[in-house]
Design a protein around this ligand. Structure first.
Ligand code: GDD
Ligand code: MG
Length: 329
């Protein structure tokens, strides 16, 4: 079975990390996000990925010139213009010549979802589309779903205003679809699967859903990106990549943080709730909290960084203070 992975967003909320690479190429504990997705798909018998994108296909083609990502064969479907999530699915189905049941995924979601169970349920119901659901505390930022007792979707509403959400169950961004869905999606224009196609299928009764409640995280913001890394270190994921080697002074305090390959940390430095990509140099007495440092960032002696995202190769002067929201002590 093929999985269409939507990787065409601009990753604006993760700038400057995404100034040069798409969101799905950012590493989570050293392993690019797309490799986490590929490993998960392969575990459930998916045999090929179709990357649906319109922007920066070279980032994937250059990083994986052998035609596989974490061992899983892939092809790309490059949209000539922005087509939206449904337009992208239609374009990929055509471009990759798919005429059987497919999996479709939001490529910015990290999950241990049981895709096998989702496919089995879909086939048993003879559904046209089946979506995975996840229960969350604040559903208003997502697609919100209600179902009847047989798992038929009664209502699908994308990002409803806070307080008006019909349930706590959200669209987890993983679908099983019949190729006939293509007939619902007008060609050559921007169409949203969440705002147009799914609400319509729900009204018709041809959309089903399964509540999965497993490890699940959308990684679109810096806070979620940090969370994704720390969750791996906390052992919340099925897979743990090899930890990188770095040089940390014994007097430094590292708490709930991920340090990338080749990072150096000086005496009495303190790092908490942060992710440092490879090759960062942290000088003596520096303090880094709730922040993301891209590759090769240098932090000067006694500098303090709180709640910041610092782009590749930046040099922070000794003694400087950077805080997203500076609170009085
Ligand atoms: N190829 C392609 N083309 N991909 C796209 C396009 C497009 O035009 N637009 C968005 N994408 C990709 C993004 O790269 C991302 O992987 C995925 O589609 C979802 O887009 P986001 O921009 O991240 O949407 P969201 O997080 O606000 O909401 C979506 O995900 C939630 C779960 O995380 C929706 O599907 C919600 O209903 C869902 O609850
Ligand atoms: Mg998202």
């Amino acid at each position: 079975m093929l999985a269409i992975v939507l990787v065409g967003g601009f990753g604006t909320r993760l700038r400057p990390l995404t100034n040069h690479v798409p969101k799905q190429m950012l590493p989570i504990c050293g392993l690019p996000m797309i490799e986490w997705v590929a490993l998960q798909l392969a575990k459930h018998g998916v045999s090929e990925m179709g990357l649906a994108l319109g922007y920066r296909p070279d980032a994937f083609l250059n990083a994986y010139p052998g035609g596989t990502i974490a061992g899983l064969p892939y092809r790309v479907a490059v949209e000539p213009e922005v087509l939206g999530t449904a337009g992208a699915i239609r374009f990929a189905l055509e471009e990759l010549d798919v005429d059987e049941t497919v999996v479709a995924l939001n490529g910015d979601v990290l999950t241990d979802l049981d895709i096998t169970a989702l496919v089995t349920f879909h086939q048993r119901q003879k559904a046209e589309g089946t979506i995975a659901l996840q229960s969350v505390n604040d559903p208003s930022r997502f697609g919100v779903v209600t179902t009847d007792k047989n798992g038929r979707v009664a209502e699908f509403v994308e990002k409803p205003p806070k307080g008006t959400e019909p349930s706590n169950l959200i669209n987890a961004g993983a679908y099983v679809l019949e190729p006939e869905i293509i007939n619902r999606i007008p060609a050559g224009q921007q169409v949203s699967v969440e705002r147009e196609i799914f609400p319509h299928m729900a009204r018709e009764g041809s959309l089903y859903a399964v509540d999965s409640s497993t490890y699940w995280l959308d990684t679109g913001t810096p806070e979620q990106y940090i969370e994704a890394n720390l969750d791996v270190m906390r052992g919340l994921r099925d897979f743990v990549p090899e930890l990188p080697t770095n040089i940390v002074d014994p007097s430094a305090q590292i708490e709930e943080s991920f340090l990338g390959e080749g990072t150096e940390v000086g005496a009495n430095a303190r790092i908490k709730g942060s992710v440092l990509l490879s090759g960062c140099k942290i000088s003596n007495n520096a303090k880094i909290k709730n922040s993301v440092l891209a590759e090769e960032v240098q932090i000067g002696d006694s500098a303090e960084i709180d709640g910041c995202v610092i782009g590749r190769g930046e040099v922070i002067e000794p003694g400087s203070e950077f805080a997203w929201i500076k609170r009085p002590n």
